[in-house]
Design a protein around this ligand. Structure first.
Ligand SMILES: CC(C)(COP(=O)(O)OP(=O)(O)OC[C@H]1O[C@@H](n2cnc3c(N)ncnc32)[C@H](O)[C@@H]1OP(=O)(O)O)[C@@H](O)C(=O)NCCC(=O)NCCS
Length: 180
C-alpha cells in the first residue's frame, strides 16, 4: 500500500499486532476522548489491560489485528484495527471489524488506511463480508465506508446501526490505487 505521512511529517507504519504491544495499546486508550471510547465500544469506559492483552494475542485462526504506529518519541501506537471471524457461521465467511484512531491523529487518513489494510487482509483470508454494530451518530466510520466504494447495508435500531459490508467487490478506482 502507498505509505501514509501525517500532517506534521511522521511516517505511519501499519503492522500485525504483537503481544508486547499491550502496554502501548493500553496507553493509547488512556488518551482517548469519551466520544472515541463510546464510538468504539458503545459504552463509557475503555477495556482493562487484561482485555487489551487478549486483543494483542489474537490467534490467527480467529482473525487478525493491526496497529498503526509512529516512530517518535519511541514507537507510539496511534491506531488499531482488527477483525474477528464469525466461527458460528463458517459458510458465511463473515467477520466483525473494529477500527480505532487516537483523537489527536484523527482526520489525517489513518482510519481509512487501516480500513483498506484490514479489508485487503480479510479478502486474502476469504472473508466476504464484515458485519458490525455502530453508533448511528458515528460520522467518521460512515464517511470511510462511503469513500471506499464498497457496497454496504445499514439498519437503524435504537441509536445504533447494524452494518453489513460486502468485501467481494473492488474499492472505488481511486481508493483501489491507494490500497494496492
Ligand atoms: C472512525 C475513525 C476510525 C476515523 O478515523 P480517521 O483517522 O479520523 O479517519 P480518516 O482521517 O481516514 O477520515 C476519512 C474521512 O472521514 C472524515 N471524518 C473522519 N472523522 C469524522 C468525523 N468525526 N465527522 C465527520 N467526518 C469525519 C474525514 O474528514 C475524511 O473525509 P475527507 O477525506 O472527505 O476529509 C476515528 O474517528 C475513530 O477511531 N473513532 C473512534 C472509534 C470509532 O468510531 N470506530 C469505528 C467503529 S468500530
Amino acid at each position: 500500500m502507498k505509505p501514509l505521512t501525517l500532517q506534521h511529517g511522521a511516517a505511519v507504519t501499519v503492522r500485525h499486532i504483537r503481544p508486547e504491544d499491550s502496554d502501548l495499546v493500553f496507553e493509547m486508550h488512556t488518551r482517548l476522548s469519551p466520544t472515541s471510547i463510546y464510538n468504539r465500544y458503545l459504552r463509557g469506559y475503555a477495556p482493562r489491560i487484561e482485555a487489551i492483552r487478549g486483543m494483542c494475542q489474537i490467534n490467527p485462526k480467529d482473525g487478525a489485528a493491526f496497529v498503526a504506529t509512529i516512530p517518535a518519541p519511541g514507537e507510539t501506537v496511534i491506531g488499531m484495527a482488527y477483525y474477528i471471524i464469525d466461527a458460528d457461521n463458517p459458510m458465511q465467511a463473515a467477520a466483525e471489524p473494529a477500527l480505532l484512531v487516537e483523537d489527536r491523529f484523527q482526520m489525517q487518513g489513518v482510519g481509512s488506511y487501516l480500513f483498506r489494510y484490514m479489508v485487503n487482509h480479510a479478502r486474502m483470508r476469504g472473508i466476504s463480508r464484515f458485519t458490525a454494530l455502530i453508533s448511528a451518530s458515528n460520522e467518521g466510520i460512515s464517511r470511510i465506508l462511503q469513500q471506499s466504494g464498497l457496497t454496504y447495508s445499514s439498519q437503524y435500531a435504537h441509536g445504533t446501526r447494524d452494518i453489513c459490508i460486502l468485501l467481494n467487490a473492488a474499492f472505488k478506482p481511486e481508493v483501489e490505487k491507494l490500497a494496492s
